[in-house]
Design a protein around this ligand. Structure first.
Ligand code: C2O
Ligand code: CU
Length: 462
């Protein structure tokens, strides 16, 4: 910047003003201002065609915020469709939750919206469109979001992998004709045939032999449950859905990650590692490589295994006996399901009429967001919901604005979740403390299922 006289005066007054305010180091006077743009973007995934693929996206590859630091994020919509941004997993004020048609009006093309919030929890999150999500997520309108700890975590490197699948047609463009396919909606959702990590095909991440790496994994797919075979290095699960585990759990071999779930691993790269190691997805006839770790150089091995837990966020612990309200949520519908009729938009409909309205799933007999909430709770109350999956399909259930505990056999009981995989026919109890006042969605994050009926909400009052 050239120092004009006006700038100089401003700088010198700022300097003068800031001198006596010693607390400004920890609490800035103004929130950090960030600008984000939603726009069409192109990626060169298929060098042989020379024609890039057209997607949608944010103008940032990743957004890094700091725990406890208030930000003002101005989102500009340069798409031709309305949109909104949901900060998946952040416990922020309800008006900032980004649910179009519920917590805000959509951001129209050419318009802006300012999100202002203070992330309470460090960890791995993501931001994504919450307007016509099944279409906008299929086009790639999402961005990983990292909230940094106040104290740095003791690792040598921080690697992020946002894993996705895309349905691409013969012309090597997104298959947009099939967006909204009722077959996808009534089965397992939209599955892709091209796989990316950070919107790149088979990227390689450079790491040092002997080093300790934090690996953040995010499943950004519309509907696919990824099964991942990591390199066979010593590894620990250190966080789930952003929230640190009180003690990291050693993990080896294949693992599953449902749509919108996140895992933070700590990975120790052996001192004698050499060459390239793949993260694979089991496939037929052979596994598919999603990404690589490429060993560049080496350092003396870190002695301190297992890793220390990441610093805890301020989630309140509670016991079963603190539960003041307990309700059931029965999930029905889908192909091979038993759904015969359901309420939709205030009317009881038979299956064929539901299907005409593109509704195939129901929560407690109601398809799509009902006028009345599933439950109402006071901030601070401990609530239990029994999620009863009376369908043949797995679901990836997400509660906005809260983290919950779950008694699922597939997860360690020390984990907190904002998203949870529930197998077909399974019942899982989740418990959470009602957080900030407002209307919070509870929906399936196999995003075609959400569009086809699997969405309800809870009301929290002060
Ligand atoms: Cu990640 Cu309601 O969404
Ligand atoms: Cu589902």
């Amino acid at each position: 910047m050239t120092i004009t006289r006006r700038n100089f005066v401003r700088l010198s007054t700022l300097a003068m003003v800031s001198l006596p305010i010693t607390r400004s180091l920890s609490a800035p006077l103004y929130p950090r201002r960030i600008k984000l743009v939603l726009h069409p973007e192109q990626r060169n995934w298929f060098p042989e065609t020379e024609i890039p693929i057209d997607l949608w996206g944010f103008d940032h590859d990743v957004l890094r915020l700091r725990r406890g630091e208030t930000v003002e994020i101005e989102v500009e919509n340069r798409l031709t469709s309305p949109s909104s941004v949901h900060w998946h997993g952040l416990r922020i004020d309800n008006q900032m939750d980004g649910v179009s048609g519920m917590t805000q009006a959509p951001i129209l093309p050419g318009e802006r919206f300012i999100y202002r919030f203070t992330p309470e929890d460090a960890g791995t999150y993501w931001a994504h469109s919450h307007h016509q999500s099944y279409e906008q997520l299929a086009k790639g309108l999402y961005m990983p979001l990292i909230v940094e700890e106040n104290e740095p975590v003791d690792v040598d490197q921080d690697i992020l992998m946002a894993i996705d699948d895309w349905r691409v047609n013969q012309q090597r463009q997104l298959d947009t004709n099939s967006i909204g396919s009722l077959h996808d909606w009534s089965h397992g959702g939209r599955m892709g045939n091209v796989f990316t990590v950070n919107k790149l095909i088979q990227p390689a991440f450079d790491v040092v032999a002997g080093s300790r790496v934090r690996l953040r994994l995010i499943n950004t797919a519309n509907a696919r449950i990824f099964s991942i075979l990591p390199p066979t290095f010593p590894a620990w699960i250190s966080a789930k859905d952003g929230q640190p585990l009180p003690s990291p759990i050693e993990h080896s071999g294949q693992f599953f990650i449902g749509p919108a779930e996140r895992y933070d691993f700590v990975l120790d790269i052996p001192e004698d590692a050499e060459g390239t190691y793949a993260f694979q997805m089991p496939g037929n006839p052979s596994p598919l490589d999603l990404a690589y770790l490429r060993i560049l150089g080496s350092q003396p091995k870190r002695g301190d295994s297992p890793p220390k837990p990441f610093p805890a966020n301020a989630l309140t612990r509670f016991n079963d006996t603190d539960v003041t309200q307990s309700i059931r949520l029965e999930m029905t519908g889908g192909a091979m399901g038993s759904l015969r009729q359901a309420m939709y938009q205030g009317r009881l409909m038979e299956l064929n009429e539901l299907i005409q309205n593109r509704q195939i799933w129901a929560f407690n007999g109601t398809a799509s967001r009902p006028d009345e909430p599933l439950l109402e709770a006071k901030t601070g109350d401990v609530v239990e919901i029994e999620l009863i999956n009376n369908s043949r399909w797995p679901h990836s259930m997400h509660l906005h604005g809260h983290h919950f505990k779950a008694n699922s056999p597939h997860y360690d009981s020390s984990m907190w979740h904002d998203t949870l995989l529930i197998a077909g026919g399974e019942s899982v109890k989740i418990q959470f403390q009602a957080g900030k006042p407002g209307s919070w969605l509870l929906h399936c994050h196999m995003i075609e299922h959400q569009a086809a009926g699997m969405v309800s909400w809870i009301r929290v009052v002060a």
